[in-house]
Design a protein around this ligand. Structure first.
Ligand code: PEP
Length: 244
């Protein structure tokens, strides 16, 4: 399965930072994996313009479940698509924590985004307390059940396993722990969607640990936060995935 290196710029980046995108495209013009960057909404059109005619895809970091209306500050899936996005991250743990997003809300957003033609990267992951209590697979299982709507389309679904305690901390689960969760996810998803769903690992992926993570079974790429901001770092991750 072709890998996906997805970068999430979060609330970082102004137009000056598009220089990093130019550098990335120069160094990785024909990677052996798919590459996606999800900038803040303010940069989406500009980044999509910079990516035109290249292998880089751009995506949003969230969308509203409604197509339009009185929702100050929100952006709809159609608006993301109109700005040049082909993907959207949904249910990121920072959205779940900062904006109280529940599994049901995430599922509604998945429905809206897929209807707008976007590929949805649905994020799930346990807290450190859940892991310490041996509840990781229970939590992951219920998040995946609740966050995927009945109408979810296999061709527009990517799932990202992101342990909350590993995001931005420099800590990662052991390779065995990552492999265990990804095998569990594959078993959960395959009966419903087939074996083609890409499963990304996210949480402190860096050029230095990417290769060993990508060598694991059922790891089909990464969702990368901090290390996606700099072309040299993200490029190292793209190179590792291309070689996997
Ligand atoms: C993320 O926010 O999805 C993420 C994985 O962040 P980082 O790579 O910085 O841990």
């Amino acid at each position: 399965m072709r890998g996906l290196a997805a970068g999430n710029w979060k609330m970082n980046g102004t137009k000056a930072d598009l220089a990093e995108v130019a550098d990335l495209l120069k160094a990785h013009s024909a990677p052996a994996c798919d590459v996606l960057l999800c900038p803040p909404a303010t940069l989406l059109s500009r980044m999509a313009e910079a990516a035109k005619g290249t292998s880089l895809a751009v995506g949003g970091q969230d969308c509203h479940a409604k197509a339009s209306g009185a929702h100050t500050g929100d952006v709809s899936a159609d608006m993301l698509a109109d700005a040049g996005a082909t993907h959207v991250i949904l249910g990121h743990s920072e959205r779940r924590a900062d904006h109280g997003e529940s599994d049901v809300m995430v599922a509604d957003k998945v429905t809206a985004a897929q209807a707008a033609g976007l590929t949805t990267i649905v994020c799930i992951g346990e807290t450190e307390g859940d892991r310490d209590a041996g509840r990781t697979l229970d939590i992951i299982g219920s998040q995946i059940d609740g966050s995927l709507p009945a109408t979810c389309e296999a061709g527009k679904l990517v799932v990202a396993y992101e342990p909350i305690w590993a995001i931005g901390t420099g800590r990662t689960p052991s390779l065995d722990e990552i492999a265990e969760v990804h095998a569990f996810l594959r078993n959960q998803l395959s009966p419903r969607f087939g074996d083609g769903i890409r499963l990304l690992y996210g949480g402190s992926v860096k050029p230095g640990n990417a290769a060993e993570i990508f060598a694991l079974p059922n790891v089909n790429g990464a969702l990368v936060g901090g290390a996606s901001l700099k072309a040299a770092d993200f490029g190292g991750i793209i190179a590792a995935l291309s070689a996997a």
